[in-house]
Design a protein around this ligand. Structure first.
Ligand SMILES: Nc1ncnc2c1ncn2[C@@H]1O[C@H](COP(=O)(O)OP(=O)(O)OP(=O)(O)O)[C@@H](O)[C@H]1O
Length: 234
C-alpha cells in the first residue's frame, strides 16, 4: 500500500509563560492509503496535537510531516489554510455546526470551496438524514448533529477524514452508530480515517493502532483482525 502520511521526528512545544510544555517529543509513524487508524492515549498524551498538526490546524515546532507526497511542515500560512480547506475533513467531539444554517446548508457551505466536492443531498441521504435536511442543528439530536458533521466533512471529498473523539458526547448506542458510519465510509470510499480516542475498545475497529503516551509513541500495532463497529463493546 502507498504511504499517505508520514511523521518524522515531530516535536511540538507550547510556551505557557516561561514554562515550555512538550506536547510531542520525537513522534514517528506512517499511515497508508485507505487505512482506518486509531490514535489512542490518555488525556494530555498528545493525541489532539497530532491530529491538529496533521490537519494543518497547528504547526510542528520541529520535524517533518508529509501528506500525499507534500511536506506540509514547509507550507506558509496561506498554503496551509488551503491544504486544510481542500484536503481535510474534520469531525469534532462537539459537532461545531453553524447554528443558523440548516443541515443541508451546513454541508453545502463547507463543500463549496472544494473543487471535487460531492452533492450535499446525496451525502445527507448516505448518513441517513434525507428527511432532516431542512432542520437546524438545535432541532437535531446529538447523534444526528454528528451525522451532519460527518456529511459536512465527507462532502468536501477530502484526502483525509480526521475525527477527534467523535463519539465523546454521544450515548453508547448512538456512538456505535456513528462509528459504524465512519467504518462504512472508510470501506466504501477507501478514504483514510484517523480517529483520536481515549477509549481502547474503539481501537479494535482499526487497521493500525498508534498508542501515544506523554508526547511519545508508545507502540504501533497492525490489527490483523479488524472488528466491525457493531461487534465492539465498552
Ligand atoms: N495551546 C496549548 N497551550 C499549552 N499547552 C497545550 C496547548 N494545547 C495542548 N497543550 C498541552 O499539550 C499536551 C498534549 O495535549 P493534547 O490536547 O494533544 O492531548 P490529548 O491526548 O488530545 O488529550 P485529551 O484526550 O484530554 O484531549 C497536554 O499537556 C496539554 O496540556
Amino acid at each position: 500500500m502507498e504511504k499517505l502520511i508520514e511523521f518524522k521526528n515531530v516535536a511540538k512545544e507550547y510556551k505557557v509563560g516561561e514554562v515550555p510544555i512538550k506536547a510531542l517529543d520525537g513522534v514517528d509513524f506512517s499511515i497508508s492509503e485507505g487505512e482506518f487508524v486509531v490514535v489512542l492515549g490518555a488525556s494530555g498524551a498528545g493525541k489532539s496535537t497530532i491530529l491538529n498538526i496533521l490537519g494543518g490546524m497547528d504547526t510542528a515546532t520541529s520535524g517533518q510531516v508529509f501528506v500525499g507526497g507534500q511536506e506540509i511542515t514547509k507550507l506558509n500560512e496561506k498554503r496551509l489554510t488551503r491544504y486544510r480547506g481542500e484536503k481535510i475533513g474534520f469531525v469534532f467531539q462537539f459537532y461545531n455546526l453553524i447554528p443558523n444554517l440548516n443541515a443541508m446548508e451546513n454541508v453545502e457551505f463547507a463543500a463549496e470551496v472544494c473543487k471535487d466536492h460531492l452533492d450535499a443531498k446525496d451525502i445527507l441521504r448516505k448518513v441517513g438524514l434525507s428527511n432532516r435536511i431542512k432542520n437546524f442543528p438545535s432541532q437535531l439530536s446529538g447523534g444526528e448533529q454528528q451525522r451532519v458533521a460527518i456529511a459536512r466533512a465527507v462532502a468536501k471529498n477530502p484526502l483525509l477524514l480526521l475525527c477527534d473523539e467523535p463519539t465523546g458526547a454521544l450515548d453508547y448506542v448512538t456512538g456505535k452508530a456513528v462509528l459504524k458510519l465512519l467504518e462504512d465510509l472508510n470501506r466504501e470510499t477507501k478514504k483514510c480515517v484517523v480517529l483520536v480516542t481515549h477509549n481502547s475498545a474503539i481501537a479494535q475497529m482499526a487497521d493500525k493502532i498508534i498508542k501515544v503516551k506523554s508526547g511519545r509513541i508508545e507502540s504501533i500495532t497492525i490489527n490483523e483482525s479488524r472488528q466491525s463497529a457493531e461487534g465492539i463493546e465498552w
